[in-house]
Ligand binder design. Structure first.
Ligand code: EPZ
Length: 420
């Protein structure tokens, strides 16, 4: 298993172009199940979760063509589509459940492994199944598999999600795109990646209209036309790189995303003392000499502060002058990085879903263990400002969602190398 060896402290300076968004590309790839015609996607990040999704599409008998740089993907239909989603693949990425809506909507049936939980929580799929059922999907669960059918296809309906869920919103939008009649989805998640999904489907002829802040109307169509589409930039990678500049007191120009999309995060970074200039599809950030603490940050659904940046922001606040508190409101177990940060010298106390961060930590290099995607990248940020050498094990967690992160960081002055 690969590990990272990182020497600190270092200050980063230069330009970084971020990759395409993993969390936009995944639902868009799942939505290609609705197409009989070819689809070409550009700016797809070359990360493990995307490879997993491509393996899944190949398993369904889709034909996949990948460009040399692996960032352009062509998906072709085939005569004999398999509508079986095996546990062997779904256990490596629970997000594969968003293929269920497309399979049932297009082919009227699917057998899908019931997804496992993962490090950050149990991650149930009740809202997915409730919504698909309201669209006419019948299912029973046997031996860890969901046997789903929709004999006469799916039928539009009015659905209000009990709780805001990114995946359940995506699954329902995909399923409703070919359902007969009108669907109104209320209390939807509105992450930018979901807007990218609806933009992708609309540009292929789906009839989708956002008619309220969290309400979307979908009128089913017969079929979708062939399209070329460019996936949006990764907002979590952008936020992560901005925090890298903030924590090292460095200067970074980050290209590839409209800064307005991450206004909440950037405003919070300004509160810690960073200076941030918004450009067209780029951000310039000047890290502060002294990092200010923030009394309380709560993770919320978009447009609130994202849970996917919680670990990275906590690392920054360890270096702030004074106490900060972060409340994690989305996942029940998303503080795995705390133990590892404490090994570097962080003073953090956990109380239920709150982390109390004392600040003024002097990080000393140490051996660290990755646990989940975002916790791992928080350790990279911490190691970059720790005195001495750190080793971060099991970086395959990182490879799930960050494309060549060590190359990007080394190019702007970080002393990081991958050791296989
Ligand atoms: C998506 O996960 C993202 N993954 C996550 O990013 C992100 O953290 C999360 O949204 C929240 O923003 C992808 O887009 C591939 P949810 P998802 O359904 O869809 C509970 C990363 O690091 N829930 O909005 O699984 C659930 O347990 C990943 O890139 C139910 O109870 O998130 C969680 O507590 C990590 N029943 C909360 O809702 C359901 O049916 C939010 O989950 C569905 C969800």
């Amino acid at each position: 298993m690969d590990k990272f060896v990182i020497k600190g402290p270092s200050k980063i300076k230069g330009d970084i172009r971020i990759s395409g968004s993993k969390n936009a590309a995944l639902p868009i790839l799942a939505a290609t199940l609705l197409f009989s015609k070819p689809v070409e996607l550009k700016n797809v990040p070359n990360v493990r979760d995307i490879q997993t999704m491509l393996n899944l599409l190949r398993f369904f008998k889709k034909k996949i063509k990948i460009s040399k740089n692996k960032n352009t993907i062509k998906i072709y239909n085939s005569k004999k589509i398999r509508t079986y989603l095996p546990y062997s693949i779904s256990k490596t990425m629970r997000g594969s459940i968003i293929c269920l809506g497309g399979l049932v909507s297009k082919y009227g049936k699917a057998i899908s492994a019931y997804p496992g939980g993962c490090a950050i929580g149990t991650r149930p799929i009740n809202y997915h199944l409730d919504a698909l059922k309201k669209l006419g999907m019948k299912y029973e669960i046997k031996k860890g598999y969901i046997y789903a059918t929709a004999k006469n296809g799916l039928k539009g309906n009015n659905i209000k999600f009990k709780k805001i869920s990114v995946g359940a919103t995506e699954n329902s939008i995909i399923a409703a795109s070919l359902a007969k009649g009108k669907t109104i989805l209320k209390n939807c998640a509105i992450e930018p990646e979901i807007k990218d999904l609806t933009k992708f489907l609309s540009s292929a002829g789906a009839n989708i209209k956002w008619i309220g802040k969290r309400t979307v109307q979908i009128i089913g169509v017969q079929k979708l036309r062939s399209i070329n589409y460019t996936v949006m930039g990764d907002r979590i990678e952008t936020g992560t790189m901005a925090i890298a500049a903030a924590i090292t007191g460095g200067t970074l120009k980050i290209k590839g995303l409209d800064p307005k999309i991450i206004n909440t995060e950037l405003e919070l970074l300004k509160k810690t003392g960073s200076i941030i200039k918004y450009g067209k599809n780029e951000i310039k950030i000047f890290g502060a000499k002294k990092i200010k603490n923030i009394k309380l940050i709560k993770t919320k659904e978009y447009p609130g502060f994202p849970t996917d940046l919680q670990a990275q922001f906590m690392t920054l606040l360890c270096k702030a002058e004074g106490r900060s508190v972060i409340a994690e409101n989305i996942f029940e177990n998303r503080f795995m990085h705390v133990l590892e940060l404490q090994r570097l010298g962080a003073k953090i106390l956990l109380k239920n879903n709150k982390a109390i961060i004392e600040g003024n930590s002097k990080f000393e290099g140490a051996e660290l263990m990755s646990s989940d995607l975002r916790a791992s990248v928080a350790l990279v940020l911490a190691a970059m400002v720790a005195k001495g050498t750190s080793i971060i094990h099991r970086v395959y967690h990182l490879d799930r969602g960050y494309e060549k992160i060590e190359d990007k960081l080394r190019k702007v002055g970080a002393r990081i190398k991958r050791v296989s």
